[in-house]
Design a protein around this ligand. Structure first.
Ligand code: SIN
Ligand code: MN
Length: 259
């Protein structure tokens, strides 16, 4: 799959793309079927919410599960990523952010490069975050909020927040967020299950808590150019994978035709 010139121009201008229902209902069902067993595993790569113990994010999934090992090489993810970020990309991070009904906590305002740079020594903001909605995502169940154009106005100063949620994150404070929103507004990333998102490393985003009765799980794959690989190795493997070999795309039916 290839992005059109219009989509590439939009990505450059806004810092993100929303691709409605890029994956079929059957593909999403196949992915979702793997989740209960993965979430039940006792592993440090399943990080619980601060309160209540429900899984907040399940990481390193391509190393834990055969279907996710195929999903990270899916041509509908790898193709567009290569168009934007170049031909040689390695798999930096693979997870499902769960944001369970009633219990799913917020993700503070942030841009991913602040964490990639400060925690992992990634030199430049070239990584891409590729999401697939595994549930319908609405205004109510904690969608991502994007600030369009924020990638062109920054990077804003970032602060390491180890207390707001269970997941340490480099975040952006209120004043710079207010200025960015004044300039660009806020776009909620909503759509049916199967919808995909692509956004860059300096786009400011966040998401509110899920106080609705509807789950909101989202798959996330971060791909980074091989020449821009991490330089420091303080975080565990499941937060930044250290196999820097370029990802190769599989066939388009790789999720439904498992060997
Ligand atoms: C979220 O799952 O709402 C946040 C995802 C992200 O920051 O990439
Ligand atoms: Mn993020």
């Amino acid at each position: 799959m290839e992005l059109t010139d219009t989509q590439l121009t939009q990505f450059d201008r806004d810092g993100f793309l929303i691709l409605p229902e890029l994956f079929s209902a059957a593909e999403i069902e196949a992915i979702r079927a793997e989740l209960p067993a993965l979430f039940a595993e006792k592993t440090a790569a399943n990080i619980p919410e601060k309160e209540g113990g429900v899984v907040r994010t399940a990481m390193g999934l391509h190393q834990r599960n055969a279907l996710f090992d195929r999903l990270v090489r899916h041509p509908r993810l790898v193709g567009p990523a290569r168009q934007i970020a170049g031909p040689e990309l390695y798999i930096q991070q693979v997870k499902v952010n769960v944001k369970a009904a009633f219990d799913g906590d917020m993700w503070q305002w942030h841009y991913d490069f602040a964490t990639h740079h400060h925690d992992d020594g990634v030199p430049r903001p070239l990584a891409l975050n590729l999401h697939i909605f595994l549930d319908d995502v609405s205004h109510y169940n904690g969608p991502l909020y994007f600030i369009p154009g924020s990638h062109k106005r920054g990077p804003a100063p970032a602060r390491h927040d180890t207390s707001s949620t269970s997941y340490p994150l480099w975040v952006v404070d209120r004043e710079p967020v207010a200025e960015l929103v004044e300039a660009g507004g806020i776009v909620p990333a909503i759509g049916k299950a199967g919808t995909a998102l692509i956004f860059g490393d300096t786009l400011v985003h966040g998401s509110p808590a899920n106080m609705s009765p509807w789950n909101r799980s989202i798959f996330s794959l971060i791909l980074n150019p091989v020449e821009n690989a991490q330089r420091t190795f303080a975080r565990p493997e499941y937060k930044h994978h250290t196999d820097f070999s370029p990802v190769e795309a599989l066939s388009d039916d790789c999720l439904l035709k498992m060997p």
